[in-house]
Design a protein around this ligand. Sequence first.
Ligand code: AMP
Length: 217
Amino acid sequence: MAPGVRLIIFGRQGAGKGTQCQRLATHYGVPHVSTGDMLRAAVKAGTEFGLKARDYMDAGKLLPDDIMVGLVAERLAQPDAVTGWLLDGFPRTVGQAEALNEVTSDAPAEKAVNLEVPESVVFERITKRRVCSGTCQRIYRVGDPSAESGVCEHCGGAVVQRGDDTEESVRKRLADYQAQTVPVVEWFAQQGRLVEVDGDQPADDVFAALVHAIDNR
Ligand code: AMP
């Protein structure tokens, strides 16, 4: 296992960030801290915080910076984050990035990595994605037999398009990323703390490029 790292991962929806983060977390032995996953878990658990978070998420809005900074600071203070962490989905605003610098002043993020996939490519990837709504939750693409038949070849579940994978919804999510997150990515670049990795290649090649970029950080 490679030694721990402290990294921020950026990438558009559909850039393959989730898959790559899981592999990187295992490779470097650090927790994958995804704010989207944390919020979805709170919503599922039905906590008071989760109910509040759901209102923002359903409206496609960002939660207030102070709430998000508190949530992340608490998570990074957990024992498993001592060796490092992989932050995904945070920071989403320049205010969050500045606050992260403050709360991690003892051991700040070493680098921010931008998994770059052109908008046209992710648009095609997401709108052609179909998912098994049965037990296996496998991901298919239009053209795959299970996607065409609507029946999962592994578990027999219904293969459907996710509600937020429609063209209209994807256009909005990509526009939001451009307006909200690209300025944060540029903020890291201006500070000389950003590494760009080409995410428009086979998943194994993306992983190798990420490890190379991270090990040479
Ligand atoms: P994600 O899965 O990262 O796209 O996050 C899903 C939703 O959770 C977002 O649309 C926001 O409503 C909320 N969220 C996640 N991360 C943040 C963040 N850093 N700041 C504010 N809201 C966030």
